[in-house]
Structures are given as C-alpha cells and as structure tokens.
Design a binder for this molecule. Structure first.
Ligand code: NAD
Length: 294
C-alpha cells in the first residue's frame, strides 16, 4: 500500500526533513501551529493545515517532529487531533527526541485503537537535516520499519534498527547522555586549564591527539575492555593517583574538578572491589557488577 504521509512539526529540523521527503517524490501533507512556516510549502505538499485532524483524512502514515512528548500526545489524541481522521491500521512514526515512558504509553494507546507505532529519533544537526544526512535510530516491528524505509532514506544516510518499540529512543537518549556529559566535561577541563594559566586553544589542540579528546571508544575500549583484555596498559590505581594530583593542582588555583571527584569515587569503588591492578577500562566491568575476572 502506498504511504500517504502527514507530518506534524515543521521547525528547525522538521522543515528541512519535510522538504527532503517531498524532493524524493513521496506524498506528504503537513501540519504546524505556525502558518507562516507552512506557507512556504504551498504548491509542494498534498495539503497544509494548522489543525492536525484536517490534514489526517485519508492518510495512513504520520510523522511527528515536535518539541516534547506532551505535544506529541496532544497532536495525536487532543481536541482536533490526528486520531479522529486517520485511516485504520496507520503507522505513527515519532521522530522527536521524546520521553521513553510517555512514548510507550502513546504506543500502547495507539495499538489499542488498531494503529502501529515506531519511535525513530534522529541524530546530528539541522545542517544534516538540510542535506538529508541524518542518522535515524528506529525501534519497532521489522515490517513497520520496512514500510518507513523510503521515508528514512529521504531524510538520512544511515538507519539503525535498534530493536523493538522504544529501542530507538533508548539509543538516542543513551547517545545524548554521553554527548552532553562529554560536552560539560570538555568545558570543565578547558576552564581548569585556563584557571591554572594554560592557553585554552593550545590545550584543546594537545588533547585532540590523546585519548582525552579522541574519546575512549576511539582509543582504549576496543583494544581493552571490549576485547576482554584487562591487562593494565594503565591501571585503575594510577587513574586514582592522577585524579588526586589533578584535583590538588585545581585546589592550588582555587578551582574545582566536579567530574574528576565523581570519576575518582567510581575508580576507588572499583579498587575496593579488588580491581586496582586491572586496566582503567575495567571500570565498565565494575559498573556492570562483573567480577568474573577477579
Ligand atoms: P523546533 O522548536 O524548531 O520545531 C518544533 C515545531 O513544532 C515548530 O515549528 C512548532 O511550531 C511546532 N509545534 C509546536 N507545537 C505544535 C502543535 N501543538 N501542533 C503542531 N505543531 C506544533 O524544534 P526542532 O529543533 O525542529 O526539534 C524537533 C525535535 O527534534 C525535538 O524533539 C528535538 O529534541 C529533536 N532534535 C533536534 C535537533 C536540533 O539540532 N535542533 C537535533 C536532533 C533532534
């Protein structure tokens, strides 16, 4: 059956995604509360409206690209929401970065009404949304992902089928967790460098060539803990020593290393577990509660 799509949410990400879906020749109607942005698609989209129900008639696929799960819920089930007009057995694809719990609730409500749900948040930025190079992380049934493939290919260059419903969001949120923590620790570290009198640009350049800047997943993890090799290139006991000295340096300049204190606590717990002599990447085994190597 042909996909007759309605997309809701044409903001910074949604608008370029909609344009790429239209460029690839798919049948798309669009909805946004902001008529000014919808207007730019006049003559291109099948139909346009600020009211979800009005564009949902005879449509069998929904894409939502909205700020929050509460808005997704409102657009689907609220007054004049999509649900009143959609074809039976429609496929609802939520591409927002949404709450996992709320999405599972929405998915169950849709299933009870005879519809299907895929969570498919995207990675990357508005730049890649424009060029059609997004990363799609999809969770759902194989047949439903298959039905959505022509849409995912129109907006992205990589689709990962992460598993059953909810797995796309799990992947996205786990990924963003690390991205945001990395961002904050990068800021804290460069501020630490500045506080002790180092040049920020020079420090950033130096760290771009070490595991600090390249990241553990691009350096140590594949060779060590992920390969089940915990022989110490650099043991946990030395990680604690270095964190102690960094912290001492920061204090001498009246600075603070908040992430360092947390990391030290984790390494110390691993040491108490008897892992002090193992490679620093054994911190993963400690956090997994895996003591099989001891
Ligand atoms: P945005 O705020 O630019 O766009 C949201 C759009 O939804 C707006 O056009 C707004 O008018 C519309 N909208 C809000 N309430 C509505 C309603 N009740 N009915 C119809 N339309 C409504 O947000 P964005 O940056 O495009 O992000 C959309 C989603 O994508 C978010 O979940 C965000 O977390 C995620 N995301 C954003 C980026 C990014 O770099 N901006 C990257 C990846 C994922």
């Amino acid at each position: 059956m042909k996909n007759k799509i309605v997309m809701v949410g044409l903001g910074v990400m949604g608008m370029p995604m909609a344009r790429n879906i239209l460029k690839s020749g798919l049948d798309l109607s669009c909805c946004d509360v902001n008529w000014a942005s919808l207007k730019s698609l006049e003559g291109l989209a099948h139909s346009l409206s600020t009211v979800p129900e009005k564009v949902a008639k005879n449509r069998n696929v929904v894409i939502t690209m909205l700020p929050t799960s509460d808005i997704v819920e409102l657009v689907i089930f609220g007054d004049q929401g999509l649900i009143g007009a959609l074809d039976p057995d429609s496929l609802i694809i939520d591409m927002s970065t949404a709450s996992y719990n709320k999405s599972m609730e929405i998915s169950a409500r849709l299933r009870d009404l005879g519809h299907r749900f895929v969570d498919a948040p995207v990675g990357r930025t508005p730049r890649e949304a424009k060029t059609g190079d997004l990363l799609v992380m999809a969770g759902g049934d194989v047949d439903d992902i298959e039905q959505a493939t022509e849409i995912f290919e129109a907006i992205g260059n990589t689709t990962i089928h992460a598993g059953p419903i909810g797995s796309g969001l799990k992947s996205k949120l786990v990924n963003n967790y690390m991205a945001m923590v990395n961002n904050a620790v990068t800021g804290e570290t460069l501020s630490f460098a500045n506080q002790v009198g180092l040049n920020i640009e020079a420090t950033a350049k130096l760290m771009s060539s070490t595991a600090a800047g390249l990241g553990q997943l691009n350096t140590n993890y594949p060779k060590k803990v992920l390969a089940n090799d915990l022989t110490p290139d650099f043991p946990i006991s030395m990680a604690i020593k270095d964190l102690n000295m960094a912290s001492e340096l920061a204090s001498s300049f009246k600075g603070k290393c908040l992430f360092g204190e947390l990391a030290k606590r984790m390494f110390q717990e691993a040491e108490l577990d008897g892992m002090g002599h193992l490679d620093q990447t054994a911190i993963l085994k400690h956090l997994l509660g895996d003591k099989s190597m001891l």
